[in-house]
Design a binder for this molecule. Structure first.
Ligand SMILES: [Zn+2]
Length: 318
């Protein structure tokens, strides 16, 4: 921290006296958006695990570099209500492992573990309200321990209700992480519909709009996971998330495909390399114009715009 401070002072000393502040980032709502994919928040740091301290540091880095949290469903709807000059980032958590959301018993009451992902997010948002509060949890209601709905059986319902009440989203990740490429239609449909049914036992009217593919594997027929009714449960998904693929195209871009949404695995190296990519290639980065009713694009990129935009949106060229 001290070193960083010294470096910053040195850097400031070397800069010309004006402009005193960095120019605000020009709006570019055709730029790409990172959908980050976390697994375990726990110890030690490894391929599928981010420590609580490193997760907290990710939030700090994102905030400092002008990123703000956006709910996935808002991205899908093209409803981007962020301050001008900031960039949306979407957080997703797969597999409902205990470190994502843990309750601790404290003096007779329950408290969200400040070292679990939800505790870290809540604390960060309290300190920096303008960072926003959003994340999607792809939970496994029928998995074996410890991945079954965050592994505190008596508190499952309370956790899902808490998430929904705080504006977080819950997504389908199948009942127990089934590799959908291996199964017939009936099994695929039952994995999807049973997961939804089990979640809705706790949050009855909650509509699950997105599915993250276990292992990133599609079933033989995409239609099986998009919509259907199985044993009385009707499901309908607006987006399907993969496990990799890099930053997602702008939701206003021609190449945006909600049924094949790429994600970035939030591990040290991948995250650092994407943050670095957007520092070096600012023109590739989605930058909000601050007005959710307009889509602000560089005139030269008009051809990259989607043919049909969500209702009510107006294009502004610069
Ligand atoms: Zn998974």
């Amino acid at each position: 921290m001290k070193l960083f401070g010294a470096a910053a002072v040195l850097l400031l000393a070397l800069l010309p006296p004006s402009p005193a502040r960095a120019e605000p980032r020009a709006a570019n709502e055709l730029g790409r958006v990172m959908i980050l994919e976390y697994h375990k928040i726990d110890y030690p740091e490894s391929r599928w695990t981010r420590t609580p301290e490193n997760f907290r540091r990710d939030l700090e880095t994102l905030y400092a570099r002008g990123y703000r949290l956006l709910a996935l469903n808002d991205l899908l709807d093209g409803r981007i209500a962020l301050p001008a000059g900031t960039t949306p980032v979407v957080l997703t958590f797969d597999d409902s492992s205990p470190g994502q959301f843990r309750y601790l018993e404290r003096s007779g009451g329950l408290e969200v573990d400040p070292k679990s992902a939800v505790g870290i997010l809540e604390a960060f948002t309290r300190e920096r309200p303008d960072f926003g509060r959003a994340a999607t949890f792809y939970v496994l209601p029928g998995a074996s321990r410890p991945n079954r709905l965050f592994d505190q059986p008596l508190l499952e319902g309370r956790k899902l209700q808490y998430l929904v009440s705080r504006g977080y989203e819950i997504g389908n990740h199948t009942l127990w992480h089934a590799n959908l490429g291996k199964y017939d239609e009936a099994t695929v449909r039952s994995q999807i519909s049973q997961a939804q049914e089990w979640i809705q036992r706790h949050v009855p009217d909650y509509r699950i709009r997105t599915l993250a593919l276990p292992h990133g594997v599609y079933p033989r027929d995409l239609g099986w996971i998009l919509r259907g009714t199985y044993k009385g449960t009707t499901y309908r998904h607006d987006a399907i998330l993969m496990v990799a693929g890099g930053a997602a195209p702008s939701p206003f871009g021609r190449t945006f495909d909600a049924l094949r949404l790429p994600r970035i695995q939030a591990v040290e190296r991948d995250l650092a390399s994407w943050l670095d990519h957007f520092q070096r290639n600012p023109q590739d980065r989605f930058v909000s114009d601050g007005d959710p009713a307009t889509v602000n694009i560089p005139a030269a990129r008009r051809d990259a715009l989607r043919r049909e935009l969500p209702r009510g949106l107006r294009v502004v060229e610069r």
